[in-house]
Ligand binder design. Structure first.
Ligand code: PSV
Ligand code: MN
Length: 386
């Protein structure tokens, strides 16, 4: 077992989403939780707790307009003071009446221009916050066959993306996320990794694909998609979460830890866990019924554990077994790593780094949750759409 490779975890980090700290729910009910942040500043303060306790979550993604503030440079400075930086800037094209029939794909040039302008605003926010990633999830699609021309929608999308891409700075990236259904159910305009990749290839080197683990049909072999995107140098980022049914947005590694391991095994095999690879390991989750900060800590630890197991895989033995057709032998090498309990080793490593052995327990004892519940008793809590 490749124990010494665990040092490669030293600079393996996970980006957390600002929206994970606000209230969330389903279309049936959004539950309120005491102490939930009321604004982006408080969301960042909560995210900084996750980093302080895990040492592995130094960036926070923002969602615009939810996280719009008057002073973005000030927000980035505030974040830096708490030991974190601003990560990806997520645009939002899913909450405007104008976008009912499409945003970047809309037939009306005025509405398309509005959607493009929103991205120009996001790019300006990137300049002010030092963020390098513009993340676009396109919620456009149709509900009925024949409702619109699938081909012309692609043409309009390509043109809109080109206008956004040309506004990027040379060190910016455009990250295009795909999703096979929802909010539309007959067709989505970026339903799969192939469509996202084709648009990225047409745009240029600064365009990469985002793989959200909840955005595939059941049974999809996600690690295969990871391999293909890495082979093309076009895997820009993950939105990690877990699903049982659809886009459940549950804690990463909770529903299917083996799938998470298989994904990270391909990542490690390709060396893409290293920061130089440019793959941004982000979370995209909602904590509807569980406490949010502990939920985020658990998520970071789950990704770290799966990565540790992937690093433990005896790659020499694996290749040997694979090359001589030893089917069960090769499978066993992988399972040996997956079945290794790495929790104590990771606690030891945290302790050596001056971090708590058990970040979840440490948070519970810290009194932070009780303190913010009092401080934030008044005012409107942040949540879906705010
Ligand atoms: C869409 O389901 C999505 O995965 C996109 O990344 C959005 O920005 C995000 O969820 C909002 O949680
Ligand atoms: Mn996502």
């Amino acid at each position: 077992m490749a124990i010494d490779r665990l040092n490669e975890l030293d600079d393996f980090t996970v980006e957390v989403p600002s929206w994970a700290y606000g209230n969330a729910g389903t279309r049936f009910k959004v539950f309120r939780t005491e102490g939930v942040p009321r604004d982006p500043w408080e969301k960042i303060a909560d995210a900084a707790q996750v980093n302080a306790l895990t040492g592995a979550a130094p960036r926070v993604s923002l969602h615009i307009p939810w996280d719009r503030v008057d002073d973005f440079a000030g927000l980035a400075e505030y974040a830096a003071g708490l030991g974190v930086s601003i990560g990806g800037i997520n645009s939002n094209l899913f909450q405007e009446d104008d976008y009912k029939l499409g945003s970047l794909t809309h037939v009306d040039t005025g509405i398309r221009a509005r959607a493009i302008d929103h991205h120009l605003e996001c790019i300006e926010i990137m300049r002010q916050t030092g963020s390098k990633d513009l993340k676009i999830w396109l919620p456009d699609g149709t509900n009925y066959a024949g409702q619109d021309s699938l081909a012309r929608r692609q043409d309009r999308l390509a043109d809109s993306l080109e206008q956004i891409y040309s506004a990027l700075d040379p060190d910016h990236r455009l990250l295009l996320e795909y999703k096979f259904f929802e909010p539309y159910f007959y067709s989505m305009d970026v339903p799969d990794w192939g469509t996202s990749l084709l648009h990225c290839l047409a745009l240029g080197r600064q365009a990469k694909v985002v793989l959200d683990t909840g955005h595939h049909a059941p049974g999809t072999n996600i690690e295969f998609i990871v391999v293909q995107l890495l082979r093309q140098g076009r895997l820009g980022a993950f939105d990690f979460n877990s699903r049982y049914y659809a886009d459940d947005d549950l804690i990463v590694g909770s529903a299917d830890p083996f799938q998470l391991f298989r994904i990270l095994n391909e990542i490690v095999e390709a060396g893409a866990h290293r920061p130089e690879s440019g793959v941004n390991f982000m979370l995209d989750q909602c904590h509807n019924i569980e406490e949010k900060i502990p939920g985020q800590i658990r998520s970071v630890l789950n990704v770290q554990q799966a990565t540790a197991k992937a690093l433990l895989v005896d790659r020499t033995a694996l290749t040997e077994a694979q090359d001589c057709g030893d089917v069960l032998g090769a499978h066993q090498v992988l399972m040996d790593a997956f079945e290794t309990d790495v929790r104590e080793i990771l606690s030891d490593r945290r302790e050596q780094a001056g971090l708590p052995r058990d970040p979840v327990a440490e948070f519970a004892q810290s009194g932070y949750a009780e303190r913010v519940a009092k401080e934030r008793a008044d005012g409107a809590q942040a949540g879906w759409g705010a």
